[in-house]
Structures are given as structure tokens and as C-alpha cells.
Design a protein around this ligand. Structure first.
Ligand SMILES: Nc1ncnc2c1ncn2[C@@H]1O[C@H](COP(=O)(O)OP(=O)(O)OP(=O)(O)O)[C@@H](O)[C@H]1O
Ligand SMILES: [Mg+2]
Length: 240
């Protein structure tokens, strides 16, 4: 087990993100604590990606407060994020990971072994030398996960990590989430797959139109939703 993450807990207090007159996040108060993954759910445009970017430290709230381990300024050296539509460098799959390892300050002599391990972890063996931009969508998503893991983060943000993956690849990613969680990494992820949320989450957070509708342990969230909106969302009905 690694030493406790310095970035945790992440506290958000009345966080607002506005563009013009539109509130993309509207008064979000929540805490990301060590332990099982926190899973963000909600309809398209709910604010999941924006919340992940705020928690990573890529977007500053328009108002409200965010702290990492009690600090308002905390460089993202032990945090990593995998974007919804990852951009690949014009290099091989291995080259993309090598770049991430170099950026994370991993010594040159250790990079080859780490690349081999990360390629194996995400199930891309045999594709190391393929140009990353020629990989399929699902393969690129797995490569993006390998790049995020290259930083050996304490806190890992995954934005819809299995959105374009087939069932076998989805299982593989879910196993990786379980494995890194067992190693003490805090995973915060978004998904539209409620089965996946149920399988992976410690806590589930439902967002809708930039607001936090309900959060709680996965079992309670599904078995006894406290709000009508959560009940509708679980039932697959449209939220208004
Ligand atoms: N930089 C921006 N400028 C203007 N509007 C933005 C910006 N970023 C996000 N938005 C808007 O904020 C809302 C929330 O976007 P966000 O990407 O966080 O939603 P999401 O929950 O991740 O949706 P999805 O499930 O489709 O990925 C959307 O309506 C989006 O158009
Ligand atoms: Mg999104």
C-alpha cells in the first residue's frame, strides 16, 4: 500500500462555474475521499466532465472553493486525468506512453519496463509500434488510460473510460479500476453505464443541469433513491 495521498480529501464548497449567464456547475458541495471509486452519473450536459476538470485543477471555479488535502493550491503532480476524447500524439502507442513517463519524471532507464507493464495492463500487447492515431477508438481509449497511469497517480480521473469499448474491453478497464483502487489509488469517474456504476462505485453522485441532485453509497442510491429525479434517472426516464 502506498502512502496516503496528499491531495485527499478533495473538498468542493459551493463551487460554481459560469460561462456568460449560463451556470455549468451550480453550487456543488461535495467531498472526494480515499477509498472506493466515486462515480459521476447524469444526462448529457449535466456537468460531469466539467466537474472532473475542476477536481483535477484544470478549471478554476468562478466562485466557491476547492481544496486538495486542505490546500487551495496543489500542483497536479500526483493527479492524472483521462479525457472523454483523448488526443493522441503523432507517435507509436509505446511512444505516447514514453512521452507521459518522461513528463512524469520517470528515469530513462526505467521507461522500457514501465511501458511493457502498462501496455500489458491495458491489453494492448502487440500494438506497441502501431501509430497511436491509427488505433481503433477503443484501443486509443485504453492507450489513454495507460498514459494516465504512467504518472503513477494517487488520484485518477476517468471521463467515460469505457464509452466506446466492447464488453471484453469494458471488463478489462473495470478490472484495472479495481486493481488500482486496491493499490490505494482514488478513482473518480463518469459513466452512462449504470450497471458499471453499480459494479465499481463506493459513492455515486447524480448531476443534472450543473446541480448535485443526490449522492450516496451505491447500494442505497439504487435501492432507495431519496429524490424523484434519482428514481426517474435509474428507471431510464427523461429528467426535466
Ligand atoms: N467552455 C465551455 N463554454 C460553454 N459551455 C460549456 C463549456 N464547457 C461545457 N459547457 C456546457 O456545460 C454543460 C455541461 O458540460 P459537460 O461536458 O460538463 O457535461 P457532461 O455531463 O460531461 O455531458 P456528457 O455526458 O455529454 O459528456 C454543457 O451544456 C456544455 O455545453
Ligand atoms: Mg462529459
Amino acid at each position: 500500500m502506498r502512502t496516503p495521498a496528499l491531495d485527499l480529501p478533495v473538498r468542493l464548497l459551493e463551487v460554481r462555474v459560469r460561462t456568460g449567464a449560463v451556470a455549468i456547475l451550480d453550487g456543488i458541495t461535495m467531498m472526494l475521499e480515499a477509498g472506493a471509486p466515486t462515480v459521476l452519473v447524469g444526462p448529457n450536459g449535466a456537468g460531469k466532465t466539467t466537474l472532473l476538470r475542476v477536481a483535477m485543477g484544470l478549471i478554476r471555479p468562478t466562485s466557491g472553493l476547492i481544496t486538495w488535502g486542505g490546500r487551495e493550491i496543489c500542483p497536479p503532480t500526483r493527479r492524472a486525468i483521462m479525457f472523454q476524447r483523448p488526443a493522441m500524439l503523432r507517435r507509436s502507442a509505446a511512444g505516447n506512453i514514453r512521452y507521459a513517463l518522461a513528463a512524469a519524471g520517470v528515469p530513462r532507464a526505467k521507461r522500457d519496463a514501465r511501458i511493457a507493464q502498462l501496455i500489458a495492463d491495458v491489453g494492448l500487447k502487440g500494438l506497441e509500434h502501431r501509430p497511436a492515431r491509427r488505433l481503433s477508438g477503443g484501443e486509443q481509449q485504453r492507450l489513454a488510460l495507460a498514459r494516465a497511469l504512467a504518472r503513477d497517480p494517487d488520484l485518477l480521473f476517468l471521463d467515460e473510460p469505457t464509452a466506446s469499448l466492447d464488453p471484453a474491453a469494458t471488463n478489462a478497464i473495470e478490472d484495472i479500476v479495481r486493481n488500482v483502487t486496491a493499490r490505494g489509488v482514488k478513482v473518480v469517474m463518469s459513466t452512462h453505464d449504470l450497471g458499471q456504476a453499480n459494479r465499481l462505485a463506493g459513492e455515486i453522485v447524480l448531476l443534472h443541469r450543473g446541480r448535485l441532485i443526490e449522492s450516496g453509497p451505491a447500494a442505497e442510491f439504487f435501492a432507495s433513491p431519496r429524490t424523484e429525479q434519482t428514481r426517474k434517472f435509474i428507471a431510464g426516464e427523461l429528467l426535466v
